[in-house]
Each structure stands twice: as C-alpha cells, then as structure tokens.
Design a protein around this ligand. Structure first.
Ligand code: ADP
Ligand code: ASP
Ligand code: MG
Length: 412
C-alpha cells in the first residue's frame, strides 16, 4: 500500500462532469489499496475572476482581504470532488488550508509554506477517508487566510507529499507531461520521460507554468518524486527526479516564455553611488520582486535604467518609481506592458560556447527586436514585444534542435 498525493489543476476540474472524471481516477487508485490525498485547484478561470473582483473593489487590493476572496475558488472544487467521491461509494472529506492546517508566513498573495501539521490527515486516512485538500491556500500564525501565488496548488501538493512522506506526488494537468517547450504554442515540442529538479527549477522560474517554481524547490529539498501527466488520457507522463549525469550533455533543455512581465525605464538617471538603491528600496518595501535589470554605460554622468516586474505588481511599481524619479531628478519614466521574456534554458550551456550568438541570429532572422538581454551560466533571457512571443519560441526551439531526440528520451 502506498500513500499517493494527486493534484488536479483548473482545467481538470473545470466543470462538474470533469470533477466526476477526476473522482473516477481517484477511485481507481483507492481501489488498488492506496491511501490517497487529493489536492485540487479552482475551476479554470475562477481565480482570474476573483482577482478581477478584488481590483474592482480597491485599486491596490493585495492584503488580508484579497486572499480571503481569491482563495474561495478552491473551496467549491474540494466540496464538489468530495461529493462526487461519496456518490461513488467512498468515504471522502474536504479540508481547507486552515483545517489541515497548512501554516504559511503572512505575505498575502505570495505566502510561503512554513510547516504542515499532518496529524489530522493521518488520522482521517487511517479511518479510510480520501482527503480532498484545497490547493493554493494556507493560514498564518494569526489565523489569517493566505494564498501561495498563482499556480500555487502545485506547491500545496508537493509540500503535502513531503510532509506526509508520500511515495509519489502525481500532478494531473491538461498536457501529457513536461515538454521541451509549451506544447500549446509549439507543435514540435517534445515530451520528456524524465527531467531533473534543477532543470525543471530553471524552466519553471523562467515561465514554464506547468509546475509552480516553489513546488519544484520543495520536491528537490525533500526528494519527492513528481510525476506530471494528463488527467484526460492514460499515457505516461514525465518524472521529475534527482540529477542524472547525462543531463549535463543536453546543452539546451528547453525554451520558456513569460508574458507576465512589464518593463519600466528610468531615463537620464544621475550616474552616482546610491541611486539604484534609492530606486529599488521602495519596491522591496512593497514586496515587489524585480526581475531583469539593465543599466546602460553612462556617457555624460547620466544613465538609463530599465527593469521588469510582474504585471500584477506593475501599477504599484510604476507609482513608486515615478515618485523616486522625481526626487532623484531623472528626466522621465517610460513603461511598457506589452512585453514578454523568452528564455533558453540548459545546464549544459556552462560548458558550451555559442548559445548566445545562435539565439540572437535566430531572432534577427525573423526580424524580432531584442529589447533587453540577461544571461546566467545556464540561461539566456530576451525581452521582446509580446506579439512575437510564439514566433520567438518556435524559432528558438528549432534553432537548438529541440525537436530531435536527446538523452532524456532514452532513459525511462
Ligand atoms: P493546471 O491548471 O493543471 O495547473 P497550468 O495551466 O497551470 O495547468 O499548466 C499547464 C500548462 O503549462 C499547459 O497547458 C501548457 O500550456 C503550459 N506549459 C508551459 N510550458 C510547458 C512545458 N515546458 N511543458 C508542458 N506544459 C507547459
Ligand atoms: N487557482 C489558483 C490559480 O489559478 C491556484 C492554481 O491553479 O494552482 O492560480
Ligand atoms: Mg498550474
């Protein structure tokens, strides 16, 4: 008998019919004699709607009440799935984040899980219940409801699997596994049998939303095997697991994109010590993460500074930067939300030259202008006009031969 955590995403629980389909899949595993904890997301589109409602009520809604609202989508789906399981003759019980409890810090809208109390789940499992836990939500030490950031149900599932020492965490979604890039925009994307925590961590943090980044961090830290597969077919998925030597042989493991970026440029900033600190301090204070930062060489004692933030943080960030820009006597603040970040990811890049030039050539051939570039040992990211996102992903996928087999396909 194994203990299995299964997670079903928004599309998989998009309506009652689909929830019944999920119930059948859960039932199948239960009938094999396994103990099952199921984590579900809200129905697809629901969380977007709830976020939008909070913005209608208040200009900058992030805070305690925001999380009270946006966490409600999951309450509906856990109840419905528990009912559907009962209809099939199983004992099933739904649990909200605070009923588990899943304890987080108090960073509303991007809370981090600190610990999970497993007593209740274990005692219910012992009584024969299937547990249906709400994804995406937790509770802080003061009893406030918190949410874990968009896509956070993945993290709930992996964190629960780690805390319960589950044998496996199965992530059921609307694609058949992890691909070399998003299969919904690149028909040549190739499904991987296996990938490493590190590789997936990079892919996720650069936009491959098939797994939330934080969930991969948990999986790596606690060595949780994660299986990503489709909730609509029975085909094999992708196993995310420990590093394997062969993976170094893959120069580029995948292409990712992130449309959730917005660009802010501060023009003609005095080029002197302390200016960057002054610009970014208010953003840090407002819990806004800055992603790429590019500063130009100064010509005459002035420089331009450009950076990106997530679209959700854009309005607030712009407001804060405009205020500081005035104080430091910058000439202007420009902004653009119609941008996307396209990245080439791969641990093997460390030891291979030429990835950058190949990237730039491939984009240039299609007439795609690169607005910002940032690199690390294992990735190259380019900010481009959002309308070129899909094209950029496809040409880079082809340029790096990702449509062809590599060592990751041979194992399994
Ligand atoms: P869920 O609602 O099940 O959590 P998500 O929409 O969050 O599903 O994540 C699945 C989606 O991730 C896919 O539909 C696909 O468009 C996207 N995706 C992006 N990059 C990848 C990738 N490399 N492999 C698989 N899917 C990817
Ligand atoms: N429902 C939440 C969201 O849409 C969490 C999730 O789907 O993982 O972001
Ligand atoms: Mg998701």
């Amino acid at each position: 008998m194994a203990l299995i955590v299964q997670k079903y995403g928004g599309t998989s629980v998009g309506n009652v019919e689909r929830i019944k389909n999920v119930a059948q899949k859960v039932a199948k595993a239960k009938k094999k004699g396994h103990q099952i904890v199921v984590v579900v997301s809200a129905m697809s589109g629901e969380t977007d709607k709830l976020v939008d409602l909070t913005h209608q009520a208040k200009e900058f809604p992030i805070g305690r009440e925001h999380d009270v609202v946006v966490s409600t989508g999951e309450q509906v789906t856990i109840g419905l799935l528990a009912l559907a399981l009962q209809e099939l003759g199983f004992k099933a019980k739904s649990l909200l984040g605070h009923q588990v409890p899943i304890i987080t810090d108090s960073s509303f809208s991007k809370a981090r899980i600190e610990r999970i109390d497993t007593d209740k789940i274990f005692s219910e499992l012992k009584k024969g219940f299937i547990i249906v836990a709400a994804g995406f939500q937790g509770v802080d030490e003061k009893g406030n409801i918190t949410t874990l950031g968009r896509g956070g149900s993945d993290t709930t599932a992996v964190a629960l699997a780690a805390a319960l020492k589950a044998d496996v965490c199965e992530i059921y979604t609307d694609v058949e596994g992890i691909y070399t890039t998003d299969p919904n925009i690149c028909p040549d994307a190739r499904k991987l049998k296996k990938t490493s925590y590190d590789e997936m961590l990079e892919m996720a943090s650069l936009g491959a939303k098939v797994l939330q980044t934080r969930s991969v961090e948990f999986a790596k830290k606690y060595n949780v095997p994660v299986m990503v597969k489709s909730s609509f077919t029975d085909t094999d998925g992708t196993l995310v697991t420990k590093e394997d030597r062969d993976m170094e042989k893959v120069v580029v493991s995948g292409i990712t994109y992130n449309k959730d970026e917005a660009k802010i440029s501060v023009i003609r900033v005095p080029d002197m010590p302390g200016i960057a600190a002054k610009l970014f301090a208010p953003l840090t204070k407002a819990n806004i993460n800055v992603d790429m930062i590019v500063q130009n060489i100064s010509h005459d004692g002035f420089t331009d500074l450009t950076f990106t933030v997530s679209k959700a943080d854009f309005k607030k960030a712009l407001q804060l930067v405009q205020k500081t820009a005035k104080e430091i006597k910058a000439k202007d603040v420009l902004s653009d939300i119609n941008v996307a970040k396209v990245s080439i990811v791969g641990a093997g890049m460390r030891s291979h030259a030429g990835v950058a030039s190949k990237t730039f050539e491939a984009l240039a051939k299609e007439g795609i202008n690169i607005q910002m570039i940032s690199t690390s040992e294992i990735k190259i990211s380019c900010v481009v006009d959002v309308k070129y996102t899909e094209l950029a992903v496809r040409v880079l996928h082809k340029a790096f031969g990702l449509d062809k087999e590599d060592v990751r396909d041979e194992r399994g």
